[in-house]
Design a protein around this ligand. Structure first.
Ligand code: GH3
Ligand code: MG
Ligand code: MG
Ligand code: MG
Length: 299
């Protein structure tokens, strides 16, 4: 079965060229067109295609100018660009690669060569995406891992400063989990961690709310645009969602069921604070939650 999940933006000022390229590629990907440089940049931002086939000689702006705009915008910089152009000489070809193009095809082109090169790049793009996803997911629970957490935490702290909002960062640790493993076995421990992760996913519904497995039986939640009251509400809901799973833990000193302790920091937008400082603060509050008897939030 054909997989049209990938998007290709074809940019050419000549209708005949757009038509030929479309006929060659329409069975391989979803095709979008732009007929000049300005439209190319606009549609690239709007549709975020996987790949662009980019003409160079166009009346309003050249393909070289277009790629400079694409590559200098964080949103579009990862779009792969193949030049398809009548500038059939090695100096222009070199320039195309220098500007960040991933391939350069001379017009007039041979149909099978265009198809072969486009297919090769689409395959590479697909594999890169898959690798990137796998590299940022925790294998046991399926939620984000520490690697993605580091990126998101830094990004959200920066955004919080810009947007003049409050940001909540909560560090979560499963209570008496060593006892749980010791008595129920490591397999049951793994299953319990999955249920803990599911409880987070059930409660965190806003698009920018974020949860990651920080390590072992520790998790981190990031709640953009959240004050103390909002954070308390969400964390209480997480604790409730976990309580509803009623994971029996006869060897916990905090409850007859598996519970979590949470240390949460509210970062004000005027605060200059590093990710490491936020984590250290949250860790201190988490320690207090443990000292106070566990199964609770300290904020
Ligand atoms: P506390 O209430 O103070 O947090 O006590 P605790 O027993 O949870 O704390 P401790 O840090 O001593 O133990 C954490 C345990 O989590 C030890 C380790 O075996 C277990 N653990 C960490 N990662 C995994 C995992 O991936 N799977 C399983 N089954 N257990 C894990
Ligand atoms: Mg042209
Ligand atoms: Mg721990
Ligand atoms: Mg623990």
């Amino acid at each position: 079965m054909k997989n049209l999940s990938q998007k290709v933006l074809i940019v050419d000022d000549e209708k005949a060229n757009r038509k030929i390229l479309k006929e060659l590629l329409q069975d391989e990907a979803t095709i979008i067109f732009a007929k000049n440089g300005a439209q190319a940049v606009e549609l690239a931002r709007k549709h975020l295609p996987d790949l662009m086939l980019l003409d160079v000689i166009m009346p309003d702006r050249s393909g070289f100018e277009v790629i400079e705009e694409i590559k200098s915008d964080k949103k579009t910089m990862n779009i792969s660009v193949i030049f398809v152009t009548g500038l059939a000489n090695s100096d222009d070809e070199e320039r195309g690669f220098d500007l960040g193009g991933c391939d350069y095809i001379y017009k007039p082109f041979k149909a099978n060569i265009v198809i072969a090169r486009v297919m090769m790049h689409l395959e590479l793009i697909k594999q890169r995406k898959m690798l990137n996803e796998v590299a940022h997911l925790d294998a046991l629970t399926g939620i984000s891992n520490r690697r993605r957490m580091d990126i998101v935490l830094a990004d959200e702290l920066a955004a919080n400063k810009r947007d003049h909002k409050k940001l909540a960062v909560a560090l979560i640790d499963v209570d008496y989990f060593k006892h749980y493993n010791d008595h129920y076995g490591h397999g049951a421990g793994d299953a319990a961690l999955k249920k803990v992760a599911t409880s987070f996913r059930e409660v965190l519904q806003r698009p920018r709310d974020f949860v990651a497995r920080y390590g072992g039986e520790e998790f981190l939640i990031i709640l953009p645009d959240s004050n103390i009251e909002g954070t308390q509400l969400i964390i209480n809901n997480v604790m409730k969602a976990l309580a509803e799973k009623a994971i029996k833990h006869e060897y916990s000193l905090a409850s007859e069921f598996l519970t979590i302790s949470i240390g949460a920091v509210i970062v004000e937008s005027d605060q200059s604070i590093t990710p490491a400082d936020v984590l250290a603060k949250a860790d201190k509050l988490l320690y207090q939650a443990k000292e106070n008897g566990r199964n609770q939030l300290v904020i």
